[in-house]
Ligand binder design. Structure first.
Ligand code: FES
Length: 93
């Protein structure tokens, strides 16, 4: 489950496994984001990729509505939403 690290206290994590953007370096989604030009300034990209990775782990082929629902709250000031959705739709290509 994606969690906002900036408001998560360490003691609430306990012994659970934590995956950060660094742990997703070799995830096919990262390559899909690059391939589809879903990255402009890159400020939002780590959060977008972490959220997208959680989505495709639970549902490898999400629908457009499922993608939009799962990614809601991840703001992109550059407005790359169509490209982000394309990256998630085609992440296995
Ligand atoms: S790529 Fe710039 S804020 Fe999303």
């Amino acid at each position: 489950m994606p969690t906002l690290s900036c408001i998560t206290l360490v003691h609430t994590v306990g012994g659970r496994e934590v995956t950060t953007i660094e742990g997703l370096r070799d995830h096919p989604l990262v390559h899909a984001f690059v391939r589809t030009d879903a990255v402009q300034c890159g400020f939002c990209t780590p959060g977008q990729v972490v959220s997208a990775a959680a989505l495709v782990k639970a549902n490898a082929s999400p629908s457009q509505d499922e993608i939009r629902h799962a990614m809601s709250g991840n703001l992109c000031r550059c407005g790359t939403y169509p490209k982000i959705e394309e990256a998630i739709r085609t992440w296995q290509d």
